[in-house]
Write a protein that binds this ligand. Structure first.
Ligand code: ADP
Ligand code: MG
Length: 312
């Protein structure tokens, strides 16, 4: 397949596969679900030699940051990798999607972690979705943190210190995804200082690249002053609507700009994907046979197989 060809999912790939003969949509969905949920049938994904910490950032809201963070995390978890999602958005959408009630009183969250009032061990919650999947939830307290952090010592390094190599090793994490709020404030800066990689989800819509240059400038500032190791490793095109010419044009433009950092897999726009968080679930759990789930499984595989980028 040519590199630039959108590779939305393997939806039709079973058609020529004699081992998975399916002739009704439900049977096809069930076959795909079993393929996803029993990853023994597919080659295992490698454990990275060191935990990979990825910040999922784009200061535009609604581009699929949270959806991408939780679904890539869930897809890696079902492949046997241990994954942590750090919810850094006061809205707590990632926590919700991972089945964690972030409104329960007394919940130790990322807020306490940033302020140094709790350590990673007490802020981590296991997702009911999978034994390998964990979350540091966000509560509404986090909305005030941006201001409270300003007066603290090492205010940009708070998350990095909390996610130290020792702390991550204690849990054997392979991947950490940090789900950023839709702004470039101190919370996002903390995420960029804590990570080595930035993953940028880009929506296949009008103005998709608007704001991305500002994001890239901020990343350069962080590289220059706070975290030399940071680099944009991955771009994921989301909410692709194959019926529109525009979506293809956006995809092409993003590929011209970011080259092979753009994953071949494109996440399609799908109602199922948007329904899942309402049930406190990832799409991988909610409807594992769906195109949305398949695309995130494919994207996770690409991410894992590509490995961490070489040091800058
Ligand atoms: P962000 O975190 O960047 O604000 P979200 O991940 O919350 O973006 O996505 C914004 C909205 O779009 C949410 O309602 C989400 O459920 C929905 N959404 C995300 N990805 C898809 C998709 N592939 N298809 C349909 N809806 C999606
Ligand atoms: Mg979000």
């Amino acid at each position: 397949m040519p590199r630039n060809q959108p590779h939305v999912s393997r939806e039709t790939s079973h058609a020529g596969d004699p081992g998975a003969f399916v002739d009704t949509p439900i049977a096809a969905a069930a076959a795909r679900a079993s393929e996803i949920l029993t990853p023994g049938g597919t080659p295992p994904l490698p454990h990275p030699p060191q935990p990979r910490i990825l910040t999922v950032a784009n200061q535009k809201g609604g581009v699929g940051k949270t959806t991408t963070a939780v679904n890539l995390a869930a897809a890696l978890a079902i492949h046997g990798l241990r994954v942590l999602v750090v919810d850094l958005d006061p809205q707590g959408n990632a926590s919700t999607a991972l089945g964690i009630d972030h409104r329960q009183p007394g919940l130790v969250s990322v807020y306490e972690l940033l302020l140094g009032d709790a350590d990673l061990a007490s802020a981590i919650k296991q997702s009911p979705a999978h034994e390998n999947l964990y979350c540091v939830p966000a509560t509404l307290d986090l909305a005030g943190a941006e201001i409270e952090l300003v007066s603290l010592v090492a205010r940009e390094n708070r998350l990095r210190n909390a996610l130290s190599r020792d702390a991550l090793a204690q849990f054997g994490f392979d991947y950490v995804f940090i789900d950023c709020p839709p702004s470039l404030g101190l919370l996002t800066v903390n995420a960029m200082v804590a990570a080595r990689e930035v993953l940028i989800p880009i929506q296949c819509e009008y103005y998709a690249l608007e704001g991305v240059s500002q994001l890239l400038r901020n990343i350069e500032l962080v590289q220059a002053h706070l975290n030399r190791e940071l680099q944009v490793s991955t771009v994921l095109l989301t909410m692709y609507d194959g019926r529109t010419k525009l979506a293809d044009q956006v995809a092409e433009e993003v590929r011209r700009h970011f080259g092979d950092k753009v994953l071949k897999t494109i996440v399609p726009r799908s109602v199922k994907v948007s329904e899942a968080p309402g049930f406190g679930m990832t799409i991988i759990d909610y409807d594992p046979g769906s195109r949305g789930a398949m695309s995130y499984v494919d994207a996770a595989r690409e991410l894992a197989m590509a490995g961490a980028p070489a040091a800058r």
